[in-house]
Write a protein that binds this ligand. Sequence first.
Ligand code: FAD
Ligand code: PHB
Length: 389
Amino acid sequence: MTRTQVVIVGAGPAGLLLGQLLHKEGIDTLILERRSAEYVGGRIRAGVLEQGTVDVLEHAGVASRLRSEGLVHDGVEIGFRGRRHRIDLKALTGKAVTVYGQTEVTHDLMNARAASGAPSVYEAEDVALHGLDGSSARVTYTHRGVAHEVSCDFVAGCDGFHGVSRRSIPASLLKIFERVYPFGWLGLLADVRPPWNELIYASSDRGFALASMRSPTRVRCYVQCSLDDRVENWSDEQFWDEFRRRIGEEFASQVPTVPSLEKSIAPLRSFVAEPMRYGRLFLAGDAAHIVPPTGAKGLNLAVSDVLYLYEALRGHYRERSASSLDDYSPRCLRRIWRAERFSWWMTSQLHSQPEDAFGLRMQQTELEYLFDSHAAQISMAENYVGLPF
Ligand code: FAD
Ligand code: PHB
């Protein structure tokens, strides 16, 4: 049996970032990831980083490419049935957001992990957690047919929504809050110069669309789709035709039909599991909570959890603090619930819900109020750029 201080389950952005921060602090970690490194590095997900996230990546020493390649956006646009309004994030809050793909964040973190020499095991099967409520924990797993066992002080459950960590907490001790939305997002990635300078969140009578980007030569676009839809049902032509119908006249004529590099469907869900600690196990990121992507908060929340967990572990190991580990879950949940509220609000205001005439009037009134009220714009902007870490 080997030993380490912290076993990190999952090599998504949460697990990799925690590994990097703890490594810099001289705290030993082992990362166990179910998938291959190629698979983890190839996943297309989020694209918008809050300033707080950029600051944590700077602190972790993984921001040099982000600094040179990230696109700083001072505003976002909201479209509603033909009308479009720019929310001037910079003027309203003094802050901006940075467009830099989760894929790139993951690559930067994987490179830093490899350079640090700290151990990671990809394709670790049957990860199981033991002794979480005792005086020391153990993690077992299988790699290339060989069984392994590691003893540790703590386990960081960074293994996403479908991981093993949350399921290792007795169900009677967890309180689950959940809302599943009756629609999903079909996303498409393509190499073409974005005709828009800033992101556009557009609500149309055919459903929601988002115009985003990854670089000056790559776009990422989404359309609201039904929950039972399949990627195979959508040719690239069909996607672009639908996107053009929803995004508004100005851009419809400027969006060419270009072949996709990737297309995928994501369901939309709000989910929180409380508390985020069980004995020696700490949950972080999607393992503990999910937001619908409309507020661009999922990745940013994973980063604030990880910052708090890093600070809690540093407090425990370096300052011998008795309370730092106890503060972790309540500290995270305060920020998480605010991001849950904002993501739910953005999702509810911008997506079509057929046969809900009252709901449609509420959306219309809410967005007109947003367009006309400086106070409403400040509130939206301060949430979009990210509440303080
Ligand atoms: P993950 O990135 O899910 O990483 C968890 C890791 O744990 C994975 O690598 C997984 O393979 C591994 N793992 C799982 N089970 C085990 C196990 N038993 N043993 C070992 N390892 C395991 N957010 C946005 O803001 N905008 C978006 O557009 C957006 N799109 C998304 C699309 C999809 C399909 C998904 C799933 C999420 C999307 N998100 C988006 C959310 C955002 O990507 C997540 O919030 C972010 O990835 C959370 O990071 P994480 O490290 O907590 O979890
Ligand atoms: C993305 O670029 O993938 C993206 C941007 C903003 C969102 C969600 C996804 O709210």
